[in-house]
Ligand binder design. Structure first.
Ligand SMILES: [Zn+2]
Length: 234
């Protein structure tokens, strides 16, 4: 079937939302949590080997918990979707007339006349009853169908790759300057991540970049403060 898009040159980006959300979340979390950990430990104990060990532990623990968390949350989402679809399948068998009326009411709410809505509901029901109800009543479409493994893999990998940046910066930083080096590298990394995420989703770049950088710097500042307090008190 020919591409019926009214604007073939400008595709919609909503189809990217699933993996994009997991990727941006994973990368952002990776940079912020590991750089904050590094800055916090360095504020308490400037010994480079202690800082690197903490960074490596933070990266592996964070990547695993990110992947596990995504897998569990997306799996429970797809469990709910599957249960809803099973209920809908049963309702279509048990109450076909009520389901048809319900579908027509949905189209009427979207702006069709009562007559047209019923015609559309009848034709779509004849064509693919379950598909019509899943799409127009439950609001599920292929775009939003959850894929737990994809989400887990995406967020785990992006977390690790992004977290490796402040870790590498800490490893390469001259002794005694881990905190400023990691801070500068992290701010640039967050800005790049914010811009990439916005570009991939065709969202306004500047606002997304500022948002990511402000929250990242805030998280690092709080952790550094706690680390410093801890360092003073120990
Ligand atoms: Zn229904």
């Amino acid at each position: 079937m020919p591409d019926a898009s009214a604007h073939p040159g400008e595709p919609h980006y909503i189809t990217r939302s699933g993996w994009l959300r997991a990727a941006v979340l994973g990368a952002n979390d990776g940079v912020v949590s590991v750089s904050s950990l590094i800055v916090g430990v360095a504020a308490a104990n400037p010994d480079p080997s202690a800082v690197i060990i903490a960074g490596v532990a933070g990266l592996s623990a964070g990547a695993m918990s990110m992947a596990a968390g995504e897998y569990v949350s997306v799996s429970s989402q797809s469990d709910t979707e599957r249960a809803d679809i099973a209920r809908e399948t049963q309702a279509l068998q048990d109450f076909p007339d009520e389901e048809l009326a319900e579908l027509a009411a949905i189209y009427q709410d979207k702006g069709l006349s009562e007559e047209t809505a019923l015609v559309v509901a009848k034709e779509l029901t004849a064509h693919d009853a379950l598909g019509a109800h899943v799409r127009d009543e439950l609001g599920l479409s292929d775009v939003h169908t959850a894929n737990p493994l994809q989400a887990a893999f995406t967020s785990g990998v992006t977390f690790s790759v992004a977290a490796a940046i402040p870790l590498l910066a800490a490893f390469l930083a001259p002794a005694g300057s881990i905190i400023p080096v990691v801070l500068v590298v992290t701010v640039f990394t967050l800005a790049a991540l914010g811009a990439m995420g916005a570009k991939a989703g065709a969202a306004p770049i500047l606002r997304a970049t500022i948002r990511v950088v402000v929250w990242g710097v805030f998280a690092m500042a709080v952790t550094a403060g706690v680390g410093w307090l801890f360092g003073v008190s120990v």
